[in-house]
Structures are given as C-alpha cells and as structure tokens.
Design a protein around this ligand. Sequence first.
Ligand code: PHE
Ligand code: ZN
Length: 877
Amino acid sequence: MSDRHDHATAPIRLRDYAPPAWRVESIELSFELGIDTTEVTARLHLRGDASRPLRLDGEGLELLAIALDEQPLDAGAWRYADGVLEVDGVSDGSVLTTRVRTHPAANTALEGLYLSGSREAGFLLTQCEAEGFRHITFFPDRPDVLTRYTVTLQADRARFPVLLAGGNPDGAGDLPDGRHWARFVDPHPKPCYLFALVAGRLEKIERDYLTGEGRTVKLVIWSEANVIDSCHYAMDALERCMRWDEQAYGRHYDLDVFHVVATHDFNMGAMENKGLNIFNAKYLLADPDTTTDDEYKAVEAVVAHEYFHNWSGNRVTCRDWFQLSLKEGLTVFREQQFSADMNSTALKRIEDVALLRRAQFPEDAGPLAHPVRPAEYREINNFYTATVYEKGSELVRMLAGKLGPEGFRRGMDRYFERNDGRAATIEDFLAALGDANDLDLMPYLAWYGQAGTPRLRARGHFDAGARRYTLTLSQHAQAHADLPEKPPLPIPVKLALFDRDGRMLALRMDGQTVGHEAVVVLDRDEQTFAFDEIERSPVPSLLRGFSAPVILECDYAPADLALLLTHDPDGFNRWEAGQQLAALAFDDCRHGGQIALQAWCNALAQLFADPTLDPALLADLLTPPGEVELAEREQEVDPAQIHALRQQLQKQLAETIGAFALAQRLAALEVAGPLQLDAVAKAQRRLKRRVLELLALIDAPTAQARADAQYRRAQGMTDRLAALSVLVRSDAASAADALADFRRRHADNPLALDKWFAVQAQLPGERALERVRSLESDPAFTLKNPNRARALLGTFASGNPSGFHRADGAGYQLLAERLVALDALNPQIAARLATAFNGWQRLEPVRRDAARRVLSALAEKPELSRNLAEIVAGVLK
Ligand code: PHE
Ligand code: ZN
C-alpha cells in the first residue's frame, strides 16, 4: 500500500495554501461495476493556465488508457508516481480521458470504492471524504475544485439491480448480456469528496416531501432487505429536520431526490454526499426491540447532521481541510439546536457538555491537542476530532450567543448568500456574521487558532457598605508548545446572582437594570464587573449554559453549589453546579472529608424526593462526572483508584437516599404493557437505570433480583441492556445466563451484538482483559468490521479506564498488538483506536513506564500506516 513507509513526509501547512492551477468545469464519469474489478472512465473538462503543469491525485490506480482531447497519449507525455499523475501539453478547455481499474472487494480500508457485506449478498459503495476520490479516479482531490458531475453506472442487472449516484436521475435502461445502466446529473457543482455511488441488492422505503419553496422531493431510504422495516424512524426524523431547517434557517432542499443508504461497514458515523447520504447502520436503523432510547436520539441527531450539511458543507463548502470545522463545527451546532427543539434543551445541553468534557478536554490537554483550525497535518483523517467537531460547535454557539437569535439568523443568511457555490474559510464565516450585524467578530478568530482549554478564574467580593458585588474574572491559557504567547480571547460569561434563599437577583450594572441574567465579555487578561444594590453577599452562578468552552476555577463553598443545585430554575445550570459539587465530594472521598460529600448527597436526596422533577434530569443529576473527567483534575492518574473512589462516592449517595427509597422508586417506575417511546417513558427508563445502578452499590441481592426480573420482562432494548449491564458489573450469579440469552436472542443483529460485546468490555478492573481476550475468539468477532472492533476494543481501551490501565501493562500490550493487525486492514480505524493512549504521560509512574514501553515499541514498527504512525508519534511526544 503506497501510504506506508512515508512517515517522514513533510506536513501540509495552512500557510502554504495556494489556489489550484487547474479547475475541472465538468466531469463525465462512467463505471463498469464489478465486485472484484471495476473500471472507471473519467472525462475531465479542464480550465487553467497551460504554462502550469497538470497534476492529478490518484492512489493505487491501475491506468488502462489515457487520452487528451480524444487523442491517446504517448507514454512520454505523462508520469504517474507517488500518488500523482502529471500530464504534459494540456491547454485551457482540454478534455482529459482516463480509464482505470480498481478492486472493490480487496479494499479493507473502506475508503474509495468498496464492498459492504459478503461477496454473494453485499453491495458496492463509495466513501470519498476526505481523500477517497483519488482511490477511484485521477482528479484534483481538494475541496476547492468544484465540478458538475454526470455519472453513468453500468452493471449486471441481477447482481446489481439498484444503481445510485448523487444528483438527479437522468435516464436508465437495458444493455446486452443482462446488464443495465443508470445516469445521474448533479446540477450543483461540488468538490469530489461529496461524490458517491451505491450499487447492489437493496430495498427501499420512500415518501414525497414538499419543500417550503414548492418543490416535490422524493425521499428514499435504502437498506438490505432484512432491516428495511427499521428505517421508518429515520424517515420521520428526516422529514422533521428538513422542515426545521426551512423554519430555523430558511434553507430548502435543492434536488428532486434525496437518497439515504445504510451500511454495516463504515469508518465513521455517516456521510453527507450530495443527494446520496450514506450511513453507518448504527445511526440509521431503529427498532424498539434492539435500539436503546439514547440510540433513537442519536439516529435523529445524525440524520439531521448529515441533512444540514446540504447547506453547511455542500452548498457552501471548505476551501481546504484546515477549514474542516467551518462545516463540521457549524453543522454540529445546527444539529444541537434541532435536537434541543425536538427534545429538551436542558438535557441536550447536559449531554453535549458532558461529551465535550469527556472527549474534547482530554484531547486538548494532551499531546494531540490542536486548534479548531489546525495549522498543519500529515493525515487529514486524523483531524476528524472532538476539537474540530465539538469545540468547533462551541465556538459557533458563542458567536450565536453574542449576536442573539435575530442577529445570528441575519448573519447566517448573509453567509449562505455570499458563499453559495463557493469554497469558503473561517474568515469568510466571521466576516459574514459580523458584516450583517455591523460588528467586528475577527477577535474570535483567536479561538480558532489556539489549542488548549482556557482557564477562567473568578473571584467575588461583596461590599456591604456600598451594597456592591464585584466580580473579577481573569483568563489563563494552558501552556502549550504551539503558541507560546497566546493573546487574550473574548470569553462570554453568562451569569446570574442568587440570594441565600435561592432566588435570582435583578442585576444592576453601570446604573442600568439588565434583568436576571447578564452576559459579560472578558476580552482582556483580567477584568472586574460590578453589580449594585445588592443587600447581602450573593451566590454567583457563572458560565450559565456553558457560555464558553473553558475550565472555570472558582472557590465555591459546597453550600453555595448545593444551593444552586437545588434552586436554579434552569436544568442545565443545576446539573453544572451538581457536577462541580460532585468533584469536591470526590476529593472528600479521597481525603476523608465530609463537607462537600454531605452537601452533595443531601442535596440530591432532597431532589430525589421531589416528585415534580423531570425524571430524566434527576437521572443526570444523580450521575457524577465520569472517570475520564475526574482523571483530568489529577496531577498523577491512577485509574484503579479513581474508579474505587467514584464507586465510594456513588455508594455514599445511595446510602443517603437509602435502599428503601431507591427500591420504592424502582417499583414506581415499573410500567406494564407494551413499549412506549414518548419522552415521558424514555425519561422514566433513564431514571430507572440510574436508580438500579445505585441500588446495586448498597444492596446487591435486591438490585440483582430486580435486574433479573427486568431483563426477563423488558419490552425494549433500553431496559434489557440496563438490566444486563447491572448484572454483569455487579457479578450477579445470573449474569452468565443473561449474557447467553442475549447472545442467542440477537445473534442475527450486528448492532445488538455490538452492545453485547461492549457491555462486557466495560467490566471494571483487572477482570476486563481476560473477558476481552475470550470475546475475541467469539465467532462473531472480527477486526474487519469497524463497529465490531470499536465495540470490543474501542470500548475497552477508551471507555473502561480501570480495565484498560492495568498496572502490569497487559491492557496496553493487547491494544498495541491489535492495532498492528487492524492497521494492515484499516488504517483509519487503527489510528482512531490508538488515541486511547492519549494522556499516558500523566499516569502514575508504574503505568506510565508500562505505557511508554509499549508505545515506543509500537512506534518502532516500520510497517505502520501514515494514519497510525502520526497518532503514535503524536501521543508519544
Ligand atoms: N463528514 C462526515 C460528517 O461529519 C464525517 C465523515 C468524515 C464521514 C470522513 C466519513 C469520512 O458528517
Ligand atoms: Zn459532519
């Protein structure tokens, strides 16, 4: 594979960007599809400067024929080496024709054209983002080359009855020898990363959608026949998000058809190819018996995310891959708004902030840290990160907050209007938002250019005589090699002040009453803000709604946090106060302290007894920060100890609430009858799971008996999996039987089986490793399927700190061995799983040494892909 052995290649740098020498006005692509070999003919209509060489990207292509302006080219007129085809004698308006051969069934990297499923029953599909198109044909594979596509597919009709490509259908028909053809024309110029085709035996469901502009669009969801009944929820979600984008952003769909296809073999979540979205089945299929409530939400979110890309990504695309967050951060933000509108604003915000802290903060604090707009990369596939997506979304959220709903909408309208059909930059985005509001937003560019989570320090002072409360805010960048001198960032801090009875105070600043909440923007190193007519020392609530992606450092008294946890009218801010208090309570567990621990437990016991509280919110309030997040606060990380202390913390909580109250609540949450999927039923199941988990910590026999019964009677996957997880984690005698039952029951459903692998990979502590090893010899385990590899190895390495970080280093050794095997099949997945090593430098010395040994040995291996090599070298540094 030509990607190997070139670890030393120089990085690609943002500052070296130069516009393309040649553009491709239009392309006629034709495919003769076959499982083992596919032949691709491409006719490129070129525009450019004849004095500059024409260089096209192409990886691993077998060139069968090449012609310029219909004349076959002499061997001396072109060169193909190191992934580049150079052609002499091209002039403005020339047509270059190439014919190449590729090998879909042999493509285990799942990039370019590949086979999903078995040779007999599977189907062909493509994945081109970021640089997959060069595995299909010769082309300038960069997002700033926008081209009109005409695509003709030809294949055996019996083996490939369905032929799909992006754009509008433009004819189909029979060919001799049992073959047939279909043509698609996309009127919208697009970069090649948005090209897609699908061919095979697929079933469909379809629906007409009438856009707000009066266009009738045929929505079609395709899957293999056995799961087509699981596509209806996604169809409903698609219709909801299409309507929402019309209402919230005035964005309408722009083709006659919109196809969505499910595959079990996919490297990522899903892909927004123009007119032909392709989904990892995990984010498209949903059915009550095998899909959890959280997965239903994820399907809705990912369907929306990909659909929203039609404007934020496709109509307006990225100039280069450094601008990736221009489409990803913005689209994550749009999806977050949509999901909040469809479900609950507070719960969605909790979920997203928890994800940011669990996934992005650790990334930003370790050696893989990079700015939302990176300055350089070697392998772009390694930059589809939590920083680009999740932190990127937080930056858009700050801008939206600054402009307010109307100003933001005005700015977005301007952005889409100005950049439609163009490849844009982050600067274009800030300029459009700013210009539409007569504001200079360029100071926010600093957020895009620096790595690390800023720290926000807050100190309050109450002057009883002056009846004045002053708040001093200061910002502190994390020391990081990429930018020694970091300029101050604009940090919007949304705040409120509470009196000691838990009431929000009216805020007076500079002689003005500003309401009960205010946003102050800290844009220097340190600033002081004053609030007048305050009678008694208040409790500040800072960074409300998580108004900026920073780490807040404020010496809160536990009682103050408990007051916010019990009184804040906003669910998210309640949760946030509870998380901060839980962290202090965790410290108490370590040091034998009582004050914060008691405050946290008592406040939650009080809330537990409040029948008016939303059960889903209560479930989240009852969940302390996770082990990964708690580790972020430590100088020297001992994952086994963190696990033990967090268990102790939760045990204390369970004891404060009391086994009786927990069991009683559990019984009250039991509902008879068929499965309900409404918000109330989902909220109750969420709380039921949390209560069962807490009960298991203090009364295992009762909890296990309940879990047994719940497992047997469960009407849906949420309850069944929750019960199974409690049985497995609490070492119930019945766990083995339940696992065997689950394995049998869901043997034919890969997505359900993934959950069976994952639940066992999460077994806490030293036992996990042996379990993972034995699961590797289950006949259903394979490294070839990304979902399966992630379910077992990814969950173990990234989702089970106390299991993976064994003091003897055996967890590290196992992962390293599997990474080498996986890398030979699928470098993107290997690189992704390798990020589990991130943060090893902060481990306690014994584990740190073990990790260093394993990583150093891995880095020495000569055969690593560029993907894996970059991550291993990165974490090691
Ligand atoms: N662009 C996809 C998304 O976020 C992610 C993706 C990247 C999919 C690369 C495949 C390959 O929606
Ligand atoms: Zn995306």
